[in-house]
Design a protein around this ligand. Structure first.
Ligand code: SF4
Ligand code: SF4
Length: 373
């Protein structure tokens, strides 16, 4: 097999993929059902996948429900993203221990595992590409991120249906997987068969496929997969008109809609925690009660907190209005100046996991419908 070639893999072949990845020393992470949600965790077997489950999503609403088939990847995206593995929520940086009158400072010299991520969606591959740009693309490289990202093996899965809050078509980030993967699967479930059309994206992907049982894909298999991709594209739960969006938002910084959304926003920061592209952090120092141990760690932070913009004399963004406006204009406007792309891939998580159901697509629509410039 070589790059861009396609093969058909059965359920046994998918199980074999897990075994090959483990044999090659990867820590395999994939979707599984826990606490009434589909989350990303260590998995070792296709039995760990959420067989026969799908998710129902809307603003502030997420429920799992049974499908009428046994699809393994028949859901959209859940509260987790792959960000938690490449850019951990809490990262210990160093620890100091008092010895007599001196301190020993121990830097964290961890070798992260080699991850194999199974089940990445197109929007999630785009989100990883955005974080690559943030952490690896500038003059300052984040070596913690690089250590995790360098050895990662990415097994993507095309969506067979969109979630109720998805709008990746509007953001040109899906649902069809185009690049950035080692292997990409399309799950084909009918009354006659349950197989996967597998596309090779890289040389390491071709080497892994060579070790698992497969057959060459036929034209009919490829046509069947294309129908599935088109069905997902046609079933987006949301849409966003992105035409001139940077100018629209930056030209309407005093629009009355910012006051309206501020009355609803709890500034809880959920949207930034679930967002696969948000990357801000704070550095925290702590010491134990004995005064003998001190630690420094990095943890996810959010532009929705008061502390995030605290400088001498107070917080620059003290109101909910200014914090929501900062988040949305960064995602959809100033991110282009900083990184050359949008900061949003249309995954819909910020809509689903907002406790009051604030919807970024609706906020853009409201501003556009009564823009002053
Ligand atoms: S928009 Fe929603 S999720 Fe985000 S901070 Fe406000 S209330 Fe929380
Ligand atoms: S802003 Fe919302 S829809 Fe866009 S990538 Fe982040 S969580 Fe997904």
């Amino acid at each position: 097999m070589s790059i861009a070639e396609r093969a058909i893999v059965t359920l046994e072949g998918l199980q074999s993929l897990f075994e090959v990845l483990q044999r090659r020393g990867y820590r395999v992470i994939g979707p599984t059902r826990r606490n009434a949600a589909i989350v990303y965790e260590d998995i070792s077997d296709i039995a760990d996948l959420p067989k026969g489950w799908t998710d129902e999503q809307d603003g502030g609403h997420y429920r799992l429900k049974k499908r009428d088939d046994e699809a393994l990847f028949g859901y959209a995206v859940g509260p987790h993203s792959w960000k938690q593995f490449l850019h951990p929520p809490v990262l210990p940086l160093w620890r100091a221990e008092k010895r007599d009158q001196e301190f020993d400072i121990m830097r964290r010299s961890e070798s992260p595992p080699r991850f194999a991520f199974v089940g990445m969606r197109s929007c999630e591959l785009h989100a990883v590409a955005i974080q690559d740009c943030v952490f690896l693309g500038g003059p300052y490289i984040d070596f913690h991120y690089r250590a995790r990202r360098d050895g990662a093996f990415l097994v993507a899965v095309n969506c067979g249906q969109a979630g109720g809050t998805c709008f990746c078509v509007s953001m040109d980030a899906g649902p069809k997987i185009k690049s950035g993967f080692d292997l990409a699967l399309t799950e084909i479930v009918t009354s006659e068969r349950h197989v996967f059309l597998l596309e090779v994206g890289t040389e390491p992907g071709a080497q892994v496929l060579a070790e698992i049982p497969h057959e060459p894909a036929q034209d009919g298999d490829i046509a069947q997969a294309e129908v599935i991709h088109a069905r997902a594209a046609a079933s987006m739960g949301r849409a966003m008109d992105t035409d001139g969006i940077k100018e629209l938002l930056l030209g309407n910084l005093e629009h009355r809609r910012w006051d309206d959304v501020a009355k609803r926003c709890l500034t809880c920061a959920n949207c930034t925690m679930v967002c696969p592209t948000c990357f801000c952090t704070a550095v925290e120092d702590a010491s134990d009660v004995s005064g003998k141990v001190a630690t420094r760690s990095r943890r996810w932070d959010s532009c929705f907190t008061m502390d995030f913009s605290y400088i001498h004399g107070g917080s620059v963004r003290s109101s909910a209005k200014s914090r929501y406006r900062q988040w949305m204009t960064h995602k959809l406007a100033t991110w282009f100046d900083q990184f050359g792309t949008s900061g949003c891939v249309g995954c819909g998580r910020c809509i689903t996991w907002c406790p009051v159901g604030i919807d970024i697509t609706e906020e853009v629509r409201a501003i556009r419908s009564s823009a002053t410039r």
